[in-house]
Design a protein around this ligand. Structure first.
Ligand SMILES: Nc1nc2c(ncn2[C@@H]2O[C@H](COP(=O)(O)OP(=O)(O)O)[C@@H](O)[C@H]2O)c(=O)[nH]1
Ligand SMILES: [Mg+2]
Length: 311
């Protein structure tokens, strides 16, 4: 165990891979690793890249990582998107840049399962990001599937959330009004080589004028990820957002909110697990049946489960 941590601290990528697996599998060793490494995290800048399926998140993530590398920074990538080319290992012909990345010792790519078809990030995502952070990457980029739930969750995991849009998909604007826009720190119009990019930029900017007075207005940038165009401006915008977070005190505030959320959600999981362990399956089944038959309400049933912890 200690030697694993030692190798991790020496920068051994195989040790990194092993630590991440342990943390992801939520084993006792995994928790021990986290206990040792967590105090070393908190330096990396975490970036969530989110948006609809096919909007170019993977391509953009690869191109953004390349932009950071050109500036001499190291990058960890967590690909939550199951359709991500990172996940498949097989890299398509038009993705030379990503292929280069996987050979680059300054880049580390890890894929993670999402919680299921309805989306939702894996509960261990924050731990995996913390491990990459502790390993010493300057940036950790998290690519998420474009399901609504993830987009909200990623805002709590990453310090900077990049929302990817495409020209010619007018319905997006409607969907974004529903609130997803509120979680974006930087807006990207990717596939700017397609017609309608400037129109979409204007539409998004108009939409942003509706945000509350005094709040920070996210920049709207055009990128053509496949050609690596607009990526330096995106890297700059991300760094500017980081600087804003630091100077405004928002970084500390956000960290406190995220930590509270994390602690409470882990505590909730622990309590649920204890309840499950204290409750014979037949008993749970009997309560469930009574609720299904409308003889008992779900609150009373849950109260009687929770009461087992006091017994
Ligand atoms: N024309 C054009 N195609 C792009 C651009 N960015 C990504 N694509 C293509 O869009 C498709 C989906 O990209 P991908 O990165 O897998 O999207 P994801 O599902 O959001 O991760 C691929 O065929 C990419 O090559 C771009 O800027 N311009
Ligand atoms: Mg993808």
């Amino acid at each position: 165990m200690d030697s694993l941590i030692e190798r991790f601290l020496e920068g051994d990528r195989r040790a990194l891979a092993r630590v991440i697996s342990r943390v992801e599998n939520e084993t006792a060793e995994g928790r021990e690793c986290l206990r040792a490494l967590y105090p070393r995290s908190g330096r990396a800048h975490s970036i969530g890249v989110t948006g609809g399926a096919g909007s170019g998140k993977s391509t953009l993530t690869g191109a953004l990582a390349a932009a950071f590398r050109r500036r001499g920074h190291t990058v960890g990538i967590v690909a939550v998107d199951p359709s991500s080319p990172f996940t498949h290992g097989a890299i398509l012909g038009d993705r030379i840049r990503m292929q280069d990345l996987t050979l680059d010792p300054g880049v580390y790519v890890r894929s993670m399962a999402s919680r299921g078809a309805l989306g939702g990030l894996a509960p261990t995502i924050d731990d995996v990001v913390a491990v990459m952070d502790a390993f010493g990457f300057d940036y950790v980029i998290i690519e998420t599937v474009g399901a609504g739930q993830d987009e909200v969750e990623i805002a709590g995991t990453a310090l900077t959330t990049v929302l990817v849009n495409n020209p010619g998909t007018g319905d997006d604007i409607q969907a974004m009004k529903a609130g997803i826009l509120e979680i974006a720190d930087v807006l990207v119009v990717n596939k700017a080589d397609h017609p309608g990019a400037d129109v979409l930029v204007s539409q998004l900017q108009a939409l942003l004028t509706l945000s509350p007075a005094g709040s920070r207005r996210p920049p709207v940038l055009k990128t053509t990820a496949t050609r690596g165009e607009g990526l330096d401006a995106l890297a700059d915008a991300i760094d500017e957002h980081r600087a804003y977070l630091e100077s405004s005190g928002e970084l500390e505030r956000q960290r406190a909110i995220d930590s509270r959320h994390q602690v409470l959600s882990i505590a909730r999981a622990i309590l649920l697990e204890r309840i499950r362990q204290a409750t014979p399956e037949e008993e749970l089944e009997s309560l469930v049946q009574q609720v299904a038959a409308r003889r008992l309400d779900p609150h009373s049933a849950a109260e009687s489960l929770a009461a087992r912890l006091r017994a």
